[in-house]
Design a binder for this molecule. Structure first.
Ligand code: FAD
Length: 817
């Protein structure tokens, strides 16, 4: 009876905490329990009952009597916490405040609601957007000869520039009322992505005016006058914009820009005008600067004479300068890794601008950083995830084609297990990346500014783009290493570190931003606790938040342990073929929520310096986010059967990596007893998830090598002109010819097995096979066409020394040739 009493007591505790961690409710239930069971257990454990009753009564008094509790406990914690509160600068605060939280909040709080997931906005394109992709975007891709541009001209041809300007590529997201295309984020992402599959340089050129730059800043913060003047000109391509923030001493730490703007009165156009004297402005890496006609500039505004008069304030400020403004020096180019999008420097030694050149006018003086981070939470969700996915889609399509047509040891290289491994990962990652891209972009189209989700998408899609491209390069071998017009991967490969570095360099994004921002924006109490500590007298709010947090932690912990011990069997799932995976996402996200909370409680403000712990927790969150994106994408696509192996791969990969991120967090957490406890409690039967199996990767490789439905879906999103004078089109033609010839080869091989034909390469036996009636004339032609195309696509470019420039060649070439 005694044991039963204790067991029921424990279960009751778990139940109450699981559902509603209100301390008064808990006390009430406990009292009711004691009163109810007392007559049953008699006097045998009276002492235990008295002690428990005393504890419960004390808890009820303390927790029920808020003023008393505040006096006793909360004040002590509050005062101590105030002393050790980590400093957050105003700029950090602005970054943390920028944007909205979205699906990642469900993940972070450990309680994903999958009905909500499937109710979220779908990725859709209007008819007009689809037409633009099929017409203007394809035309632009056809006009760009990336090799010619990057190797010989070091620029796009004038007609390419004109086409981009006049067809609206620089005004994709400018609203129709200002003469822009008014396209959705979905269309913006698809267009940049398709262009990137043709030329990374062209994609960057299109991307910059449409993301973080004058257009976006003007639209959101510009004065009516500025909008009405500049937006139509930008939309028509009459202005080419750039935005200059980064300088030699301020890169990732962009708020430390030293470029100075001093508020002063000066004569301008014959009138004494309130404005800004720009001094010692030194910017570098500025995309489009060498050709820009409109320069967006960020600088530190100072007001030593107090001329702002209460309108506007000092701090980072953004202004727009015409390219021919006296004192503005632009035009010098920087060459980013053999890409030829325009990139250069912006410098000003000393120059005056009127106050109404400040974006948003005087009232927005000092608001520059907020403006930039708010725009970044949108732009970061679109362009670079699009470029990363472009790498993956093009790699999937071309690498599978090459793996089929390229034979070594008398068989297509795609049939070797080692190559299959690469193909499996390429296919699986491409699927997951495309799903994540669409999911995140749809958030923007639903009116969300997804600050954490955009950081997840930017980091993981550029990093996974690099992984996929590495596999693609390895499978192509020398064919992708030798540069020239035949090489469709080389420049893309060179461009990868650019996407990794811009719009928040990846190491910083992973180590500082994802979990840091996630904790502040998605946790229901951390931010409230922090804000209460920042206040002069925030005890009441602190009290509410801290006990809310305790309840939340207790609830999450109970749920996580319950799901761990029941292996996620009772976790919230979704009525689907993939229900097991839905449940496992719930299980791991509840585990991640508990580990995150434990880390936040123990490390406190030190989480800022414990970047590797923060990075791993961010990884766990990100993989669960991408797993959810995959499930949503699959459902939104109508659950095509052909996609199932790709979905399974993505889910297994995400769950495996999320689990490892948590285990590695615990393995590296300094408070060892706590870490050991959670390691056991969250994974009591060992680690449940393995990496995707060899068999699954084999099936994905097979699906890619046979031009399965999912590969065809990938093909529809890239620029693919199936003609022999286009390098990617040629590879696809060879692939299709090889597929058509495969059954013919099988017939010949069968005839060889039946000893009708001598043992030899099927191609060598073809004429004889025709003679013996093993194959028809039409089949022979298929075989010959495949051999011809294969021979063409395995070739690499050759150059005479003069073509590569005699002036750069070794002196012996110049004299002897
Ligand atoms: C091709 C190209 C185009 C660009 N276009 C523009 C543009 O149009 N306008 C513009 O203003 N800027 C532009 N940039 C600048 C770009 O935004 C910066 O390069 C970027 O912010 C990183 O700065 P950095 O290169 O000086 O690297 P650094 O800041 O020196 O960083 C070096 C490394 O340290 C890491 N790191 C830094 N701080 C931390 C931290 N706290 N925790 C962990 N890791 C950290 C970074 O992640 C990075 O890996 C461009 C850059 C390039 C290369």
């Amino acid at each position: 009876m005694n044991y039963l009493f204790i067991i029921v007591l424990l279960l009751l505790n778990l139940l109450v905490i699981y559902h509603k961690p209100r301390i008064w409710l808990w006390s009430l239930v406990m009292l009711a329990y004691f009163i109810g069971v007392y007559p049953l257990i008699g006097t045998s454990i009276n002492l235990i009952i008295y002690v428990l009753l005393a504890i419960i009564t004390a808890a009820a008094i303390i927790f029920g009597n808020i003023p008393l509790l505040r006096g006793l406990v909360t004040r002590l914690i509050y005062n101590r916490a105030k002393k050790i509160l980590p400093s957050i600068s105003e700029t950090e605060q602005l970054a943390l405040d920028a944007g909205d939280s979205w699906w990642e909040k469900d993940i972070f709080q450990g309680k994903p609601d999958f009905n909500k997931l499937h109710g979220l906005q779908k990725f859709t394109l209007s008819q007009e957007e689809q037409d633009f992709l099929a017409n203007e975007t394809n035309q632009l891709c056809a006009m760009v000869n990336d090799w010619e541009a990057t190797h010989n001209v070091k620029d796009f041809l004038t007609e390419v520039w004109d086409f981009m300007r006049t067809k609206g590529f620089f005004g994709l997201v400018i609203k129709k009322e200002f003469g822009g295309k008014g396209f959705s984020a979905a269309a913006h992402s698809e267009i940049v992505m398709k262009v990137a599959t043709r030329s990374s340089s062209a994609a960057v050129t299109v991307m910059v005016p449409n993301s973080l730059g004058p257009g976006e800043l003007l639209y959101h913060y510009g004065t009516e006058e500025q909008k009405n003047y500049y937006l139509p000109r930008l939309a028509r391509g009459e202005e080419i914009p750039c935005f200059a923030l980064t300088g030699p001493t301020a890169g990732s730490d962009a708020t430390s820009i030293p470029d100075l703007g001093i508020v002063c009165m000066q004569e301008f156009n014959g009138k004494v005008t309130l404005g800004v004297r720009l001094q010692n402005v030194d910017k570098r890496y500025i995309t489009l600067a060498p050709v820009a006609t409109l320069v967006g500039l960020a600088f530190q505004l100072k007001d030593p004479d107090g001329l702002l008069g209460g309108v506007g304030r000092v701090g980072i400020t953004c202004a727009l300068l015409p390219h021919d403004h006296p004192g503005l020096e632009i035009g010098n180019r920087l060459l980013p890794l053999d890409q030829i999008f325009m990139n250069g420097t912006v410098r000003i030694k000393d120059s005056f601008i009127p106050m109404d050149w400040v974006i948003g006018g005087q009232k927005m003086a000092g608001e520059g950083w907020r403006m930039l981070v708010e725009c970044l939470s949108i732009g970061r969700a679109i362009s670079l995830p699009g470029c990363g996915t472009a790498n993956a889609l093009l790699s999937s399509v071309t690498t599978s084609a090459y793996a089929l047509v390229r034979e070594q040891f008398k068989v297509p290289i795609g049939s070797f297990e080692g190559v299959e491994e690469g193909l499996g990962k390429i296919g699986g990652l491409t699927y997951m990346m495309n799903a994540t891209r669409q999911f995140t972009v749809a958030a923007v189209d639903s009116g969300i500014r997804p600050s954490v989700a955009s950081a997840i998408a930017k980091y993981h899609l550029t990093e996974n783009g690099r992984t996929v491209l590495n596999w693609a390069m390895d499978i192509h071998g020398g064919r992708a290493i030798i540069m020239g017009s035949n090489n469709y991967l080389g420049r893309m490969y060179q461009g990868v570190p650019i996407a990794i570095t811009v719009e928040g360099a990846n190491i910083m994004t992973r180590n500082l931003m994802i979990f840091g921002q996630g904790a502040m924006r998605c946790h229901p109490y951390i931010r409230k606790i922090y804000e209460s500590l920042m206040q002069e007298n925030g005890l009441a709010e602190f009290d509410k938040a801290i006990f809310g947090h305790i309840g939340y932690f207790a609830q999450n912990k109970t749920r996580a342990l319950f799901h761990a011990f029941t292996a996620g069997k009772f976790a919230a799932g979704y009525n689907s073929h993939f229900n097991y995976y839905y449940k496992q996402i719930t299980r791991l996200s509840s585990a991640a929520a508990v580990v995150s909370d434990m880390v936040l409680i123990v490390l406190n403000g030190n989480i800022k310096v414990k970047e590797r712990i923060s990075a791993r927790l961010g990884d766990a969150m990100s993989y669960l986010y991408m797993a959810s994106a995959t499930l949503k994408y699959f459902k939104d696509q109508g659950e095509p059967a052909a996609d199932e192996i790709f979905v399974k791969w993505s889910l297994e990969n995400c769950l495996y990596l999320a689990q490892h991120a948590l285990v590695d967090t615990l393995a590296n957490f300094s408070v060892r007893p706590l870490a050991r406890f959670y390691r056991f409690a969250l994974f009591p039967y060992g680690l449940p998830h393995s990496a995707p199996s060899d068999y699954l990767e084999h099936k994905i490789a097979k699906a890619l090598l046979s031009d399965g439905e999912t590969r065809q879906q990938f093909k529809r999103q890239i620029y693919l002109n199936p003609v022999m004078d286009d390098p990617v089109g040629r590879m696809e033609q060879a692939f299709q010819a090889a597929l058509a010839a495969a059954p013919v080869k099988t017939k010949i091989i069968q005839a060889m097995r039946n000893k009708l034909l001598p043992k030899a390469n099927p191609a060598k036996n073809a004429a004889k096979a025709l003679e013996l009636g093993v194959i028809t004339q039409e089949e022979l032609e298929k075989l010959e066409l495949s051999a011809k195309y294969t021979d063409e696509v395995i070739q690499v470019d050759e150059f005479s020394p003069y073509e590569l420039g005699p002036k750069n060649a070794h002196p012996s070439w110049s004299t002897t040739n």
